[in-house]
Design a binder for this molecule. Structure first.
Ligand code: MLC
Ligand code: AMP
Length: 494
């Protein structure tokens, strides 16, 4: 990879890059370890030639080592969700034709059977690390670098492939727009299989020469302790995190709340994104902490597209304006660009920030572009120069806790339950999660089902955030004259 990538990751740089528990790692240490890992991956080869290497590792030095090691050795990095049910992983591994899987300890154990059945080599980070760094290939930035899985309007998630150039564009745009510097210190508690955690926090932080504090999960007491100590000056999260912080404030004493809020007040920037930030939440956060949340809009396929300004008016309920280098245009249902304000249309995006392709799926790739524009499926309107997101064009996409979920994927799993004859999954507005997953179920003749039974049945089959939070048993799902289930009508049943 060229030296222009992650310029602070150098052997001579003593600055702290990562903090993990009470361990600190300098850029020099991280860099040397990445080189050793890349060397071990190559194991004598000159270049991995886009071999797909998956990893099942929580936020840690090892995660960073593997991601960058794969990049430097010429592979495609596939970070997997460590909160996935193992049953969910088979699709990712087969879809991407993964040949090697990196996982440590208990994570490795949980994958042993699956990897053996798919003929995937399962190794730990230590197994791969070479004793010293060897020669690494020069990687052209047009080459594929990363594959992230995203749910869509189809049953199974698709692999979104970005190149080194895509990743560079996504990172450098944000570094300029949000004025990242080496002095920044940021906590990272979001999952590391999505761009919010990977690009906006971890990669921007490391590219800028900042310090990133790694947490395996959103550990409110530890994170707020550091907020009080003034450790962080930047904070980025999904709206649910701000809701959970406010809920936490209601459970602790007032003096402590004030200290935490003062810690936030002293930061240079608080960002919300990945799902709509309700105006009520924006105002509550401002009242508590003095911070005017900077809301921005993005997507796995494009990185960040639209953002409120770092300097200037941050408008509640709006996502701001297209970021520099990102072309953004609203289109009507006849594929005509909308030139006037106040008329809603689909957001379409062009620019170096846009992904290359859906892996092994030329049909889906082709269908998602029109005249070179990537069609996001999100509907927005421009008002007084600012974009406001109105929703998605598909009811089958649910955003819950910042996760994009496919109703069809969840329905597909639920339909394998022996008691369920038919099912429709919908997202229902929820103060904490944005939307909560609800399943409307028709049972087989003579069958019965309790919510608790279904929840425990789901636990081995899907990640916790996909499990329906409520079910409604009906005699038959409402259908229109064409015999199709009408999801909006379902909401009225609840
Ligand atoms: C978890 N639970 C949910 C839930 N998720 N309940 C309803 N809806 C959900 N979505 C339940 C669990 O089942 C469990 O219940 C309890 O909450 C605690 O689970 P947990 O996993 O410990 O939850 P928590 O750690 O509090 O998770 C909340 C969260 C997490 C906000 C930290 O959802 C999260 O990390 N979200 C961020 C996802 C993200 O990064 N998205 C960005 C995608 S990129 P019980 O009953 O078992 O106790 C993107 C592009 C862009 O969107 O623009 O950025
Ligand atoms: P993902 O595919 O998981 O990357 O999720 C991307 C989707 O999240 C977008 O297509 C939007 O629907 C949604 N999203 C991201 N940011 C915002 C925001 N600020 N407001 C509303 N929706 C958002």
């Amino acid at each position: 990879m060229s030296a222009e990538f992650f310029p602070h990751l150098r052997n001579e740089n003593p600055k702290t890059a990562l903090v993990e528990g009470d361990q600190e790692y300098s850029y020099a240490e991280v860099n040397a370890r990445i080189d050793r890992f890349a060397t071990g991956l190559l194991n004598g080869k000159a270049d991995l030639e886009e071999e797909r290497i998956a990893f099942f590792i929580p936020a840690s030095l090892d995660y960073v080592t593997v991601m960058h090691g794969v990049w430097r050795a010429g592979g495609i990095a596939i970070p997997l969700n460590v909160a996935s049910a193992v049953a969910e992983l088979e699709h990712y591994l087969t879809c991407a034709s993964v040949t090697r899987m990196i996982a440590n300890g208990k994570y490795q154990e949980s994958l042993r059977e699956l990897c053996a059945s798919l003929n995937i080599e399962l190794v730990s980070v230590d197994d791969v690390l070479a004793d010293s760094a060897g020669a690494l290939p020069a990687i052209d930035e047009s080459r594929r670098a990363m594959m992230l899985f995203t749910s869509g309007t189809t049953n199974k998630p698709k692999g979104v492939v970005s190149t080194h150039k895509t990743i560079k564009a996504q990172i450098t745009t944000l570094i300029d727009a949000w004025e990242w510097t080496e002095d920044d210190v940021i906590p990272l508690f979001l999952p590391l299989h999505h761009i919010h955690g990977i690009i906006n926090i971890l990669s921007c932080g490391l590219w800028a020469g900042a310090t990133v504090h790694l947490f395996a999960k959103f550990d409110i007491p530890r994170i707020t302790e550091n907020v009080i100590a003034g450790t962080y000056n930047v904070f980025m999260a999904v709206p649910t995190i701000y809701v959970k912080l406010i809920q936490y404030f209601e459970t602790i004493d007032k003096a402590q709340v004030e200290k935490i809020c003062d810690g936030f007040r002293d930061m240079r920037l608080n960002i919300s994104g990945s799902a709509a930030c309700p105006v009520k939440l924006f105002k509550q956060w401002q009242k508590l902490t003095g911070q005017v949340l900077l809301e921005r809009y993005g997507m796995t396929e494009i990185g960040m597209g639209i953002s409120n300004p770092y300097n200037g008016e941050r408008r509640a309920g709006c996502v701001g304006q297209p970021l520099p280098g990102v072309q953004c245009q609203l289109f009507d249902e006849y594929d005509q660009p909308i030139k006037e304000e106040a008329l809603p249309g689909e957001i379409r995006i062009k620019g170096d920030n846009v992904f290359l392709e859906y892996w092994d799926n030329p049909k889906a790739t082709k269908e998602s572009f029109k005249d070179g524009w990537f069609c996001t499926g999100d509907v927005a309107v421009v008002e007084d120069g600012y974009y406001r997101i109105m929703g998605r064009s598909s009811v089958d996409i649910i955003k819950s806790g910042g996760y994009k979920l496919s109703a069809l994927e969840i329905e597909g799993v639920l339909l394998t339950h022996e008691a369920i004859a038919e099912v429709a999954v919908i997202g229902v507005e929820d103060d904490t999660w944005g939307e909560a997953v609800v399943a409307v179920i028709g049972l087989k003749d003579g069958a019965s089902l309790t919510y608790e039974d279904l929840k425990s049945w789901c636990t081995d089959r899907m990640s916790s955030y996909k499990i329906p939070k409520a079910i409604k048993i009906v005699d038959a799902l409402p259908r229109n004259a064409m015999g199709k289930v009408t999801k909006p009508a379902l909401k009225e049943l609840l």
